[in-house]
Each structure stands twice: as structure tokens, then as C-alpha cells.
Design a binder for this molecule. Structure first.
Ligand code: RIB
Ligand code: CA
Length: 304
């Protein structure tokens, strides 16, 4: 399966990209970067570092630096650390980004791999909306667009109403969710069930001392944040769940819903089922969390 991940790396983004590199069924053909957990230049640098660490020789295209309509906002450094990988200090990558901007790269790839490319956005949807501006049939050219974001009945994580990726660009999400094509939403309704513990990551580091060791360092600080929220014992595998949904969609159950996004006021970023003629989105409502958990760690453990 040919896959492109649009990402704001980010600790769980690093986990998701590591999984994509490790699963032999996935042909990861590119990364595009966006603001969110970090500023876009940091996201691009971190995507390139992941390519170095994982031995990925693939295009990395830099994308949007601010939301489609809203003003820029401070990144979630309290969650992912000031450089995006928890306590791991910033360092330059060997790999370099391509000149082409993310939306143009995405449109070109969708055309070159018409009907065969899966796109997995795991950050704000700004680049995806910009691709639709360039090519109104962009999402329809994709085999699937599997989005980490949103919430149908689970409430929010950045506040009571909104999930972070949608909150950070509600206008872009509203464009994408009504664009049509095979669009799936892997939201908090399922990612709040896909959890991992400190011990899980410690064990991974023993089996994969290099990349798993880096993920363990990041995850321990990620779980430090989660403990301040006091909701889970461990952390949510938000972005890994979306990538796994690309290759193993049957681990999830879905409901078709036309989706609207609140774009202003205190509920800005809330995703809601609407009763109108917009094309439905496949909203994940159930997940085989135990199987996903074990598959995630067994696959990552094959990395050096
Ligand atoms: O709400 C979780 C999402 O926001 C994840 O993609 C995480 O990386 C952050 O971007
Ligand atoms: Ca992310």
C-alpha cells in the first residue's frame, strides 16, 4: 500500500512514522509537514530526522505555517517538548526537504498514483485543504484519506469540545470533511481506547535499542504530560492508530456521518454529525484495541 503521511512531529507522530517504516506491507512514499505540535520548520526538521533514523530515502515537503483562516497559535510544547521530541535535543538532519511545497506535492502524487495512494493526515488539515484548492477532485483521486482527528461522541482533548488537530484549523477540516471520496476519521472515540504504558515503551527499548530507545525517551515524557491530565494510565496512540487504520481498516468499526465543524466561538473545532447533503465520512466508533496495541509494538520491535 502506497502511503503519504501529513504530519506535525510530535511524539505520537514519530511513533506512527516508525510504524509505517517497519510494517512491510506499507510503501511510505513521502512525508508532508504542517504546524501543530511544533512550528513548521521544526516539523520539517523532525520529519527529516525521522528519515535519517529510519533509513528512509523519501521526499519530505514542507507545508503550511499557519491555519487557513485563524491567526497562528503557540505550539503544544507542553505536550511534545520545545523541539517536538520530548527531552531529545534539536539536531540538524542529514536528509533535506524537497523544494516543492506540500500541497503541490500532494496534488502531483495523487495524480501520479491515481486510485492507489492512501493519505494519512495526523496534524491540522491545512495542507489537505490547500490541495483541494489546487485540485477540487484531490480527495476523490485518493484510494483513501484516513485522518487522525475529531470526535463524534467522546468530547475533546484540547478542551471539552474539540480534538487538537481540528481545533488548530477548523476551517481546513470543514473543507476536507465535505470534499467527498473515501474519507475516514480516526478520532478520540477510538484513540482514547488505544493506550500504551510506560512499561510497554521500556520493553520496546529492550527489543529495539536504537529507534525504540528514542521512542521510549519521548514516550516517558509524553506520559508525564498525560499523568497531569489524570485521565489514563499511559498515553493514547492517536497517530499510530490512524496509520494502522490505513493498512488494517478491519480493526475498526465505522459509522457513516456527514460531518460539520464548528469554526468559531467556545466550541470551535468541535466535529458533529449533520443532517444535510454533504458526502458522509467513515467515522471510527469501535476498535480492537488489544490487537492494535500488540501489532503496534511487535512491528516496532523489528526495528534496530
Ligand atoms: O489530538 C491528538 C493529535 O494532536 C495527534 O495528532 C497529536 O500528534 C496532536 O497533533
Ligand atoms: Ca500529530
Amino acid at each position: 500500500m502506497k502511503l503519504i503521511i501529513d504530519t506535525d512531529p510530535g511524539i505520537d507522530d514519530a511513533m506512527a512514522i516508525g510504524y509505517a517504516a517497519a510494517d512491510p506491507r506499507i510503501d511510505l512514499i513521502g512525508l508532508t509537514t504542517v504546524f501543530g505540535n511544533v512550528h513548521t520548520p521544526q516539523a520539517t526538521r523532525n520529519a527529516l530526522r525521522l528519515c535519517d533514523w529510519l533509513g528512509l530515502d523519501i521526499p519530505v515537503a514542507s507545508g503550511a505555517v499557519q491555519p487557513r483562516v485563524l491567526p497562528p497559535f503557540p505550539p503544544s510544547h507542553n505536550v511534545h517538548g520545545s523541539e517536538g521530541f520530548g527531552p531529545i535535543p534539536a539536531e540538524n538532519a542529514q536528509a533535506t526537504a524537497i523544494e516543492e511545497a506540500a500541497p503541490e506535492f500532494l496534488v502531483r502524487m495523487a495524480r501520479e498514483h491515481q486510485g492507489a495512494l492512501v493519505l494519512c493526515p495526523i496534524g491540522p488539515l491545512t495542507n489537505i485543504a490547500a490541495a483541494i484548492d489546487l485540485d477540487p477532485d484531490f480527495t476523490k483521486r485518493l484510494k483513501a484519506c484516513v485522518i487522525m482527528g475529531g470526535s463524534l461522541r467522546e468530547g475533546g482533548n484540547i478542551n471539552a469540545y474539540a480534538e487538537a488537530n481540528i481545533y488548530h484549523d477548523p476551517h481546513a477540516a470543514d473543507v476536507v470533511f465535505q470534499a467527498g471520496g473515501n474519507i475516514a476519521m480516526i478520532g478520540l472515540d477510538v484513540t482514547h481506547r488505544t493506550l500504551a504504558s510506560r512499561a510497554d515503551f521500556d520493553h520496546l527499548a529492550n527489543r529495539s535499542p536504537d529507534f525504540g530507545g528514542k521512542l521510549n525517551e519521548m514516550a516517558q515524557s509524553y506520559i508525564d504530560f498525560y499523568e497531569t491530565v489524570g485521565k489514563f494510565d499511559g498515553c493514547s496512540l492517536h497517530d499510530p492508530a490512524a496509520v494502522i487504520a490505513c493498512i488494517d481498516p478491519d480493526l475498526f468499526a465505522y459509522e457513516p456521518h456527514p460531518l460539520g465543524v464548528v469554526c468559531d466561538g467556545k466550541r470551535s473545532g468541535e466535529t458533529c454529525a449533520v443532517l444535510d447533503s454533504r458526502p458522509p465520512v467513515r467515522v471510527a466508533t469501535k476498535v480492537d484495541a488489544a490487537t492494535l496495541h500488540d501489532q503496534f509494538f511487535e512491528t516496532l520491535a523489528t526495528l534496530p
